[in-house]
Design a protein around this ligand. Structure first.
Ligand SMILES: Cc1cc2nc3c(=O)[nH]c(=O)nc-3n(C[C@H](O)[C@H](O)[C@H](O)COP(=O)(O)O)c2cc1C
Ligand code: SF4
Length: 524
């Protein structure tokens, strides 16, 4: 009897170790089944004990389940109706249109693909040599090799290639794992990893060599990150392998803390010189990434860009709710504005200065969920970056041990054993499925709201509900002027022309001869 049980367990262990679908089972054979079993009966158990579907943070169980199902191309619909507390909670609603010339696509399955390009040309207004229209409004946010495992980076870059989106390198430099064919945004952090000389100073020639060696489409200068603004990046010693030490040019066995500020510039004026220097040398669009705190910096930036002689091509606003590999608690909890507030303040300054069409606005901070992303679009975002949601699509279970090197799913670790559990080829498909699903949902809701593209939503298309008592338009909540949140007429026409040629049509059956058809305007 005992030997039969032992043989059974050995069989399960052998199966777990050799299969590639589940990183957790590869890394923790046999015992990982307990988690899957609990996941299976969890909804029933939770009716009586533990927390509800919307209570966990940073991502609730409902949100994670939607990401997992989307990435696996499983049924990601929900049954019975919302389990949100619509009577009391604060939440957003998008105002659908009863009649509109735009019909929501009928594609119902996770990962059904739609083309959802950026509404603006990145680098176009400033005439950059390699200006381009990004093919996807959803892109993979900055996460370094070091913070994530090589297999995780390879999976994300492979996913970016399959989904046709951009993959941001993070501030740790461009590694071999980033070279799976996906287009890249190269990030330059305060330590200039990957583009520095032996003394750690920024080196333009090295940057040029890196840019030319890979499909780098844009360059992002990182000023700060929502989870730890005012602090440089931090890679704990436990995660520094010889390969990472080599790529970054740092010693083994010591925490690698990046400086909190750049050595190449110290005000808006010198930052704009640095931006132009890089853009001219590389021909690439150049932007900045920042969390939002005091507004003097942004007022000065909008002011100095008004002459249009120098300027950033894009601004990535990272919300205080954003993620990190490692940061002090007080910074993750209490420094930097949340995305909606910070983004709205920055956008408003540029809209008031008449510059909002000149800049591609990118948002990040839990925007890998359709409702959050759509609010960002209505506030004026042109694209969203997703970090932790992309991690979940490749297996992250929100164990929140990213800073310890003990990530059980092989995503955020440098342990060879744990990272081995993550199969980059399979997980690249999962990442791509998730990104495609998010794009499809963004388009579906936009079309339900009567517009061709999420960028055409404006701050009047969304309301924030105070339970079932009242709803207030975003425009009022964030002090926007009418039409703010959507681009100006020229870009709106371009987007409509692009999308009306390619968007999949849903809609109704052909009308009868007796049907009365009003002439509808081309856009509402
Ligand atoms: C593990 C990890 C590593 C990160 N590394 C970087 C980085 O190198 N540079 C950066 O600008 N942001 C970094 N971030 C922040 C993300 O790029 C992103 O801005 C933030 O997590 C918000 O997006 P999310 O809510 O979709 O995760 C990191 C985040 C995580 C979770
Ligand atoms: S599984 Fe846990 S430790 Fe691993 S990446 Fe996700 S949150 Fe971090």
């Amino acid at each position: 009897m005992l030997s039969a049980v032992a043989a059974g367990i050995a069989g399960v262990a052998a199966h777990d170790l050799t299969q590639k679908r589940h990183s957790l089972m590869r890394n923790f054979p046999v015992i990982a089944h307990a988690r899957f079993a609990l996941e299976e009966i969890g909804p029933e158990l939770r009716q009586y004990i533990v927390t509800g579907n919307d209570e966990e943070r940073p991502f609730s169980r409902d949100q994670r389940s939607w990401i997992y199902a989307s990435s696996k191309m499983e049924n990601n619909y929900t049954g019975f109706g919302t389990d949100n507390d619509v009577e009391n909670a604060e939440y957003v609603i998008f105002k659908h249109h009863t009649f509109a010339p735009v019909a929501a696509p009928t594609g119902t399955h996770a990962a059904d693909d739609v083309w959802l390009p950026c509404g603006k040309i990145l680098g176009g207004p400033r005439g950059r040599r390699d200006a381009f229209r990004p093919d996807s409004v959803v892109n993979i946010s900055a996460m370094s090799f070091g913070s994530l495992s090589g297999n995780a980076i390879a999976a994300l870059n492979g996913g970016a290639k399959l989904a046709g989106c951009l993959h941001n390198t993070g501030e740790g430099g461009l590694s071999a794992h980033h070279r799976q064919g996906g287009d890249l945004t190269l990030q330059i952090g305060t330590a200039y990893f990957g583009c520095r000389d032996d003394e750690g100073r920024f080196d333009l020639d090295t940057l040029m060599r890196v840019v030319e060696s890979a499909p780098v489409r844009a360059i992002e200068i990182k000023l700060s990150q929502g989870a730890k603004p005012g602090l440089g990046g931090m890679l704990p010693a436990a995660k520094i392998t010889p390969e990472i030490a080599e790529i970054r040019g740092i010693p083994l066995g010591k925490d690698c803390a990046s400086p909190s500020r750049h050595a190449e510039f110290n005000d808006v004026d010198s930052m704009l010189d640095f931006v132009e220097r890089i853009a001219q040398a590389t021909g690439k669009p150049v932007g900045i990434k920042s969390a939002i705190g005091e507004m003097g910096f942004w007022e000065s930036l909008a002011g100095q860009m008004q002459s249009r002689s120098r300027g950033v091509d894009f601004i990535t606003v990272d919300g205080g709710e954003g993620g990190t590999g490692a940061a002090p608690l007080v910074f993750t909890d209490a420094v930097a504005l949340p995305l909606r507030v910070g983004f709205a303040r920055v956008y408003s300054l540029f809209a008031e200065a008449g510059l909002s069409d000149d800049v591609v606005f990118i948002g990040s901070g839990k925007l890998g969920l359709p409702d959050n992303a759509l609010v960002a679009f209505a506030l004026g975002a042109d694209m969203v970056n997703v970090a932790r949601e992309a991690m979940m699509s490749i297996g992250c279970i929100q164990a929140q041990k990213c800073h310890t090197d003990h990530c059980p799913t092989g995503v955020a670790t440098q342990s060879k054993w744990l990272a081995r559990g993550l199969d980059p080829t399979l997980k690249a498909e999962r990442a791509a499925n998730y990104i495609r699903t998010l794009r499809r949902d963004l388009l579906k809701v936009s079309e339900a709201c009567g517009v061709w593209h999420p960028s055409l939503l404006d701050a009047d298309d969304v309301e924030i509900m105070d339970g079932n008592r009242r709803g207030t338009p975003l425009r009022v909540v964030y002090g926007y002027q009418p039409t703010w949140g959507a681009p100006g007429p020229r870009i709106r026409d371009e987007i409509t022309a692009l999308m009306s040629q390619t968007a999949p049509a849903g809609g109704s059956a052909p009308s009868t001869d007796e049907a009365v058809q009003a002439v509808v305007p081309s856009e509402s």
